[in-house]
Design a protein around this ligand. Structure first.
Ligand code: GDP
Ligand code: IMO
Ligand code: MG
Length: 459
C-alpha cells in the first residue's frame, strides 16, 4: 500500500463532504449502475475536491450530468463535473467523442457564470463528432423505425433505439472504420484536414445522400473545423502522458463515467445501449491508464429505476406510481428533455452492474423522492417462463419476458431532505438502505436526499 495523504473535502458550509482519502498516485471511479441519470454528476462533484484531475473516458454529449450548488444548477454534457472547483484539471480522454460546438458552448456558458474553465484539457486522440454524424444518427433512427424497429420481436424498439441523436453511434462507428474518422488532433492541421474531408465528404454524400441526407460541402466543413480547432488549440494535449505524469508524482485521479452499466455496448441490454464501454472496463482504453491503478469504485444507484429511450425496463410502472415518481424526481432528460420511463428499484440489475464494475462503495441517490408511498417494491429476482432467476441476463429478449419478483418494504411518509445522518432517517428508509446493501453485497457510503451538494449523508 502506498502513502495515503489526508486530503479532506469540505462543503461550502464547512462540513466535511466526503471521507475519501485517495492513495497517492491511485484512481477512483464513479460509474452509473442502471440506465443512466443516477446522479453521477452530484457524486463526482462531492468527491472532486480530493483529486487533482477529473477525467471523462467514454461517451459524448449524450451525457447530461447535473450539479446543484447553493441552488444554482449546472448541466454538464462533455466537460467533467470537477470543473466547478477552481484549479482542478478537467480532462476529456481519448475514449470520448467530442462535439466541438457543444463543448465550446458549454465552456462559454460556464465562463459566463463565473466558472474558471482554464483546467479543461482534451485528448488529441478523442474523436470528433462531425455534423454528418448527427445527420446520420437522425436518419438511421427514422429509417429503422419505419422499417419496423430494432429488436427481433414485432414492435420492439419501434421508435428505433431511441438515441439522443447527438451523433454518438455514427462517430464511434467511424472510429472503428478508421478511414472516415476525424480526431481532435486533426483540427490543428487544416491543410491535411481539407484533403481528408474531401475524401470523407465524397463517401458520406454517396452513402448518406442515398438515404435522403443533405449533402456536406468539404470546404464548409474545413472552415468550421479550423475555427473549432483554433478555439480549442491551447486545450488539446496528449492526455495519456498527462495522466501518467500526474500519477507518477503521486497525484490522485477521479474518473467520471458517462451513461451507465446497463447501456454498455458489450455488457448492457443490447441492442438498446449506447456505443461505448461505460463501466470501469472502459477506463484503460478510454484514457490510457491501466485498470490496476483504480482502487476505489463508487457505484451510483438511483433509489428506483429510470430509463430514457427504448429497450426493456422490467420493473416499469406505467401508472400513477410511475407518474408520481417522475414528478417528484423531476425525471425529464438533462440532455433531450424527454420524460424518463420510471420503475421500482431492480436489485438484480444493480447487483450485476456492481459485479461488472468491481464496485467498492454504493452511492444511493434520490431517496427523498420515495417519501409518501405506503409500500415500496424492490425487484430481487425475476420469473422467466415459470423459472425463478436470481442472476441478471443482459439480453433484451429475456428481459422483455422476465416478470419481476418483488420484495415489499414498508414506505415512509416524512420528507427526508433535511436528514444529515443515516440515523436521522425514518426506520423504513433505513430498512430500504439495509436491503440494498444486503442484496448487492456492497456498503453504502453516500446517501443523497436532495439535489444540492449539501443534501448528502456520508456514511
Ligand atoms: P447523471 O447523468 O447520473 O449525472 O444524473 P442527471 O444529472 O442526469 O440526473 C439526476 C437528477 O437528479 C438531476 O436533476 C440531479 O440534480 C437530481 N438529483 C441528484 N441527487 C438527487 C437527490 O438525492 N434527490 C433529488 N430529488 N434529486 C437529485
Ligand atoms: P448520463 O451520463 C440516460 C441512452 C439513450 C438511448 C441510448 C443510446 O446522463 O447518465 P445514444 O445517443 O448514446 O446513442 O443513445 O442510450 N443514453 C442515456 N440515457 N443517460 C445518459 O447519460 C445516456 N446516454 C445515452 O437515451 O436510449
Ligand atoms: Mg444524465
Amino acid at each position: 500500500m502506498g502513502n495515503r495523504p489526508t486530503i479532506q473535502s469540505t462543503l461550502p458550509t464547512g462540513k466535511q463532504a466526503t471521507s475519501v482519502s485517495p492513495l497517492a498516485g491511485r484512481c477512483t471511479a464513479v460509474v452509473g449502475l442502471q440506465w443512466g441519470d443516477e446522479g453521477k454528476g452530484k457524486v463526482v462533484d462531492l468527491l472532486a475536491p480530493a483529486f487533482e484531475a477529473v477525467v471523462r473516458y467514454n461517451g459524448g454529449a449524450n451525457a447530461g450530468h447535473s450539479v446543484v450548488v447553493k441552488g444554482e444548477r449546472y448541466a454538464l454534457h462533455l466537460i467533467p463535473s470537477g470543473i466547478l472547483y477552481p484549479g482542478k484539471l478537467a480532462v476529456i480522454g481519448n475514449g470520448v467523442v467530442v462535439d466541438p460546438e457543444v463543448l465550446l458552448k458549454e465552456a462559454d456558458g460556464l465562463r459566463s457564470r463565473g466558472v474558471d474553465v482554464s483546467g479543461l484539457v482534451i485528448s488529441d486522440r478523442a474523436h470528433v463528432v462531425m455534423p454528418y454524424h448527427k445527420a446520420e444518427d437522425e436518419v438511421r433512427e427514422r429509417l429503422i423505425s419505419e422499417s419496423g424497429g430494432v429488436g427481433a420481436r414485432e414492435g420492439d424498439g419501434k421508435g428505433g433505439i431511441g438515441t439522443t441523436k447527438r451523433g454518438i453511434g455514427p462517430c464511434y462507428a467511424d472510429k472503428a472504420q478508421r478511414a472516415t474518422a476525424v480526431r481532435v488532433g486533426d483540427l490543428a492541421n487544416v491543410e491535411a484536414l481539407r484533403t481528408k474531408l474531401r475524401r470523407i465528404c465524397a463517401f458520406k454524400n454517396a452513402t448518406l445522400g442515398a438515404v435522403g441526407c443533405r449533402a456536406f460541402d468539404p470546404e464548409e466543413l474545413t472552415i468550421w473545423a479550423a475555427q473549432m480547432g483554433e478555439r480549442l488549440r491551447t486545450s488539446i494535449r496528449d492526455t495519456t502522458m498527462l495522466l501518467h505524469d500526474l500519477l507518477e508524482t503521486g497525484k490522485p485521479v477521479l474518473f467520471e463515467g458517462a451513461n451507465a452499466a446497463l447501456l454498455d455496448v458489450d455488457h448492457g441490454t443490447y441492442p438498446f445501449v449506447t456505443s461505448s464501454s461505460t463501466t470501469v472496463l472502459g477506463i484503460p482504453a478510454g484514457t490510457g491508464v491501466p485498470g490496476s491503478r483504480i482502487d476505489r469504485v463508487y457505484g451510483v444507484v438511483k433509489a428506483y429505476s429510470t430509463r430514457v429511450g427504448n429497450g426493456p425496463l422490467p420493473t416499469e410502472q406505467i401508472n400513477p406510481i410511475g407518474n408520481r415518481i417522475r414528478e417528484r424526481g423531476r425525471e425529464f432528460g438533462t440532455t433531450t428533455g424527454r420524460p424518463r420511463r420510471v420503475g421500482w428499484l431492480d436489485l438484480v440489475a444493480v447487483r450485476y452492474s456492481a459485479m461488472l464494475n468491481g464496485v467498492t462503495d454504493l452511492a444511493v441517490m434520490l431517496l427523498d423522492v420515495l417519501a409518501g408511498f405506503d409500500e415500496l417494491h424492490v425487484c430481487t429476482a425475476y420469473r422467466h417462463k415459470g423459472v425463478l432467476i436470481e442472476r441478471f441476463v443482459p439480453d433484451s429478449e429475456f428481459l422483455y419476458e422476465a416478470q419481476p419478483v418483488y420484495t415489499t418494504m414498508p414506505g415512509f411518509s416524512q420528507e427526508i431532505t433535511a436528514a444529515t445522518s443515516r440515523a436521522d432517517l425514518p426506520a423504513a428508509a433505513r430498512a430500504y438502505l439495509d436491503l440494498i446493501e444486503k442484496v448487492v453485497g456492497v456498503p453504502i457510503s453516500i446517501v443523497s436526499v436532495g439535489p444540492d451538494r449539501a443534501q448528502t449523508i456520508l456514511a
